[in-house]
Write a protein that binds this ligand. Structure first.
Ligand code: SF4
Length: 359
């Protein structure tokens, strides 16, 4: 889908401005016969001041504000549902102009001032990880760059809080939509003002996408959702492994590190009795070897599949710590991720599925 599509799809057929680059906003103001500085003013109102309406844009003059209201609107995404966790995590279900639903999450950490937003890059996902509620949805379509960027702006406008970190870890496989994801990263850096070092793209191991991201040479962080160090287990829980085997993925990740000089993160969801053995922890340490990386262990947050069955359990704390300690013999920093939003279905895809069932 190209950049224009989202606004063309808008039910009101007005031009939607949030999520557009300065160049795109300039094209829009040119089309109205306005001087170029108007695009900069609108850009600043949208990205620096999080304006929700044209009435707030007081330096545009009343006549222009009336004109803009006739032909344009600010927000692309419609808030379909919001859940707020006791720990402050906010989970958003957004409706896209064509009626599809996506999830985004705003995560606050007690030990940090900065807030992180977890973004979706596709509606549904084709990768089909067996432990993921989004995987159960199947793939619907790619998001365009405006739909990705407006997730951040919609979160900021709704919460009144500044997002400092971005993770592409919501619905979808970002590196099956790589061109658009790269374009959206540039807008997040240049318009929204988020530093590249505060942006992480998480992939299940799409080799051509990793290569393309390396070629773009953006100083962002790459996270590899590895989830198993051995072929048989990984093929079982991350089926795309049959297309991109572990050794090819690791080769691409090593090339990525050599090109960008950036440390990668290895993500590993711990599933009881599946990938949490001491032997697998040793294999993981061996597999990462001298790779410039740290390892993030994620104790499984139980999700139901289409039939309502919970397929996996979460290892107990002592198993988690044992796994961490053995994997840590690699010399890498290994952390067990702090859980956030467990009271509100914060795992990706869960809210979407619940909402669809209730419709
Ligand atoms: S974990 Fe990520 S890549 Fe795997 S099915 Fe879910 S959204 Fe797709």
């Amino acid at each position: 889908m190209d950049k224009e599509t989202s606004s063309e799809q808008s039910k009101t057929s007005k031009k939607v401005l949030s999520g557009l680059t300065l160049a795109e906003l300039t094209e829009f103001t040119d089309s109205l016969g306005l001087p170029k500085f108007r695009a900069k003013q609108i850009h600043s109102w949208i990205y620096a001041k999080w304006a929700k309406s044209f009435d707030e844009m007081t330096d545009l003059g009343q006549e222009l504000r009336i004109k803009l209201k006739e032909v344009a609107e600010i927000q692309l995404l419609k808030l379909a549902h919001l859940e707020v966790s006791k720990d402050g995590t906010r989970k958003y279900l957004f409706e896209l102009p064509d009626g599809q639903l996506i999830e985004s999450v705003l995560i606050a950490f007690d030990d940090r001032d900065s807030l992180s937003a977890c973004l979706s890059s596709q509606v549904g996902c084709a990768v089909g990880c067996t432990f993921c509620a989004t995987g159960y949805l199947g793939f619907k379509r790619n998001l365009n760059h405006q739909e990705i960027v407006d997730q951040v702006m919609s979160i900021q406008r709704e919460s009144g809080k500044r997002v400092a970190n971005i993770v592409y870890m919501g619905q979808g496989e970002p590196l099956l939509n790589t061109d658009t994801v790269i374009e959206s990263i540039k807008t997040l850096m240049n318009s929204v003002g988020i530093g590249a070092r505060h942006i992480t793209v998480s992939t299940s191991g799409i080799v051509p996408g990793i290569n393309q991201l390396a070629a773009a040479n953006l100083p962002i962080t790459l996270a590899l959702s590895l989830h198993a160090p051995d072929r048989a287990t990984r093929e079982e829980i991350v089926p795309i492994t049959t297309k991109y085997p572990i050794h090819k993925v690791m080769e691409a990740v090593r090339d990525y590190v050599n090109t960008t000089r950036r440390r990668v993160t290895i993500e590993y969801v711990l599933l009881e009795g599946i990938n949490d053995s001491e032997n697998q922890a040793r294999q993981l340490a061996e597999l990462v070897g001298d790779l410039h990386c740290n390892i993030n262990l994620i104790p499984f947050n139980p999700t139901r599949n289409k039939e309502g069955v919970v397929l996996y359990g979460r290892p107990d704390i002592s198993t988690q710590k044992r796994f961490r300690d053995i994997a840590g013999r690699s010399g890498k920093t290994v952390t067990i991720r702090l859980e956030r939003g467990t009271d509100i279905d914060a795992a990706c895809g869960q809210l979407h599925n619940k909402f669809i069932e209730a419709r």
